[in-house]
Design a protein around this ligand. Structure first.
Ligand code: C2E
Ligand code: CA
Ligand code: CA
Length: 575
């Protein structure tokens, strides 16, 4: 078996059987020999490739896309004895396009300058890589571009800004209450909602004019509008909010979600595209925390965002150290003069002084500490009021319940425990909820409302008139009362003011409507006697406001209650 012919044929068979293209080139880059795969790739037979005097240098066979110069450099270094390899796309005239990984080394046989090349088809791998690269720039759930994509897009826009010289407006949008929906309806429903939002946003953007919608994270989306003026962006943002908030059916129910939108523009607010998203996010947080719906970036906001972060950390500390206290504001029955109260949270910050609830309640809602805050306020309010209930000098106390808390499944048991602990009747506790909660179809919220009703608690609709309650729903909820928002009440004593006259008419209508539905009415924001009398004249049931008393600490409230009863006794002549 040591026949050289045999080995040479064996070698040739092996040479031809491999899926790599193997070929030998002379110093002029012309073919000396090649295997079957090479023939197949180039669509030219070995005979043709190696025909004496007709041989064509390889670089003329590899198509137009091909980097001949690079090939030359690598070939020359291989021929000098330094093996080389590189990747390139080839487009042979008579063969398929392929990506190849080619390695070349010098062969020293018979003193000739020759290079042996082995090329592997890496088209599949390239395709796969391109797919992964694409995936890394797209969001899997919605199919939208992701944060990485939009960052690159904004960078490109910035680089071309001098040429285009048009402004680019970026909107960052974040859904309200998405976490709550996700948790109560399940993540599958949450995913469906995000996909629907993605579809709606895609419908309002025009890809052909370079507009892009991206999903930045969770329930946060961004939309880039190149070439629109910042002044137009408000209308666009309003339209988007409207489209997002339209109800949709998920898990067999109809729900609708609002969103907050932050607006920032390149180059108006920054020349640095990498900062643009951050600025729009700052504006979005501002819109969210001040319930503005839409907010445009303002440099003064940046400070407030870092301040918010500090405050969020302090809030957790303060809850542990009981720096958040329950204050009490009296509510008086306008006819019988019986006494009720609303519990309002106060944050006595050790360094910053008193911080108002309009700042820290939204913060607690966003950071998830609202449940803890509510139980603390609820317990300390019931503890303080227990003796007043037992002495029958206070009829009921109302606690504000944020929508987030109403979907907390532990709420009913927690309340039941406190009522037992302080020996208080359930009918002495009223929960103030907002219109949006009442309209919510979340199963966890509905379940809680039922459980709380069973316990015997009453519900009051807070800030009535500012939301979008449906009257038919009001009828079915077992409500005790409506609290007309103070924005309707504060100015109704001003007879010449148009808006005051409208407010008075609306208040009057709301009272009539509530009574027709069998509900009582509380008016808050009574700042003087005249407002009190006007409300009393139009049959309002309860009054609350600075004219009666401002919110006060538990100790002050206890003394106030005593004084109040003495005053009532003396004025009604009962000694
Ligand atoms: P709200 O529930 O509408 O509470 C009434 C607000 O009106 C209180 O502001 C009260 O001090 C104020 N107010 C009462 N009478 C008058 C008046 O005659 N004139 C004027 N101008 N204002 C009056 P406050 O205490 O700053 O609370 C603001 C909001 O913070 C509350 O609005 C409520 O939404 C929220 N909040 C307060 N405490 C809590 C709490 O413990 N839990 C939750 N979830 N929210 C709370
Ligand atoms: Ca309230
Ligand atoms: Ca209110």
């Amino acid at each position: 078996m040591d026949d050289p012919q045999f080995y040479s044929e064996l070698l040739r068979a092996y040479f031809d059987s491999t899926r790599d293209a193997i070929f030998v080139l002379c110093d002029e880059m012309k073919f000396l020999t090649c295997n079957k795969t090479t023939e197949h790739w180039l669509g030219i037979s070995e005979n043709e490739l190696t025909r004496h005097n007709h041989r064509t240098p390889i670089v003329r066979l590899l198509g137009d896309h091909y980097d001949a110069e690079k090939f030359g450099v690598f070939f020359n270094s291989a021929i000098k004895g330094k093996s080389a390899s590189f990747e390139t796309l080839i487009r042979p005239l008579q063969g398929k396009d392929r990506w190849i990984d080619i390695s070349m080394s010098r062969v020293d046989i018979e003193n000739g300058d020759m290079v042996i090349a082995v090329a592997r088809d890496i088209s599949e791998r390239k395709k796969h890589l391109a797919m992964i690269k694409k995936q890394s720039r797209y969001d899997e759930l919605t199919g939208l571009p992701n944060r990485k994509y939009i960052i690159e897009y904004l960078k490109k826009y910035q680089n071309n800004l001098n040429k285009a010289s048009h402004e680019l407006v970026l909107l960052v949008l974040d859904l309200d209450r998405f976490k709550e929906v996700n948790e109560s309806l399940g993540h599958k429903a949450g995913d469906l909602i995000l996909q629907e939002i993605a579809r709606r946003l895609s419908r309002v953007t025009d890809i052909s004019s370079g507009e892009v919608v991206a999903r930045l994270s969770g329930d946060e989306f961004a939309i880039a509008f190149p070439g629109i003026e910042l002044s137009q962006s408000r209308i666009t943002a309003q339209m988007i909010r409207q489209i997002v908030s339209q109800p949709f059916a998920v898990a067999g129910r109809k729900i609708s979600l609002n969103c907050a939108i932050g607006v920032a523009a390149l180059p108006t607010h920054t020349n640095d595209s990498s900062k643009l998203i951050q600025l729009a996010e700052v504006a979005m947080y501002n819109a969210k925390s001040h319930k503005l719906g839409i907010s445009t970036y303002d440099p003064r906001l940046s400070g407030s965002v870092s301040e918010r972060l500090h405050l969020a950390t302090d809030l957790c500390e303060s809850l542990k150290k009981s720096h958040i206290k329950a204050f009490f504001q009296p509510i008086i029955n306008m006819r019988t003069k019986s006494l009720h109260a609303e519990v309002l949270a106060r944050w006595q910050h050790p360094q910053r002084g008193n911080i108002v609830p309009d700042i820290f309640i939204p913060l607690a809602e966003e950071t998830g500490s609202i449940n803890k805050l509510t139980s603390k306020i609820m317990e300390s309010a019931l503890r303080a009021c227990a003796p007043l209930f037992h002495e029958h000098v206070l009829e009921s106390v109302s606690v504000n319940i944020s929508p987030y808390c109403l979907s907390n499944e532990k709420l009913p048991t927690e309340i039941e425990t406190y009522l037992e602990k302080y020996d208080i009747q359930a009918s002495s506790l009223t929960l103030e909820i907002t219109e949006s909660v009442m309209m919510s179809n979340l199963p966890s919220t509905q379940k809680n409302i039922e459980a709380l009703h069973k316990l015997g608690l009453a519900f009051s609709i807070d800030d009535f008139g500012t939301g979008y309650s449906s009257l038919s729903k009001l009828k079915y909820m077992q409500l005790k009362e409506l609290k007309i928002d103070k924005s309707f009440i504060l100015n109704i004593d001003q007879h010449e003011n148009d808006s005051a006259i409208t407010n008075a008419a609306i208040t009057n209508a709301m009272i009539k409507m509530a009574h027709a539905l069998g509900l009582e009415v509380v008016a808050e924001g009574i700042e003087n006697e005249e407002i009190w009398s006007r409300l009393s004249d139009i049959d309002c049931d309860y009054g609350q406001g600075y004219w009666i008393a401002k919110p006060m600490s538990a100790n002050k409230f206890i003394s106030w209650v005593k004084n109040y009863h003495e005053l009532i006794k003396s004025s009604s002549g009962i000694s």
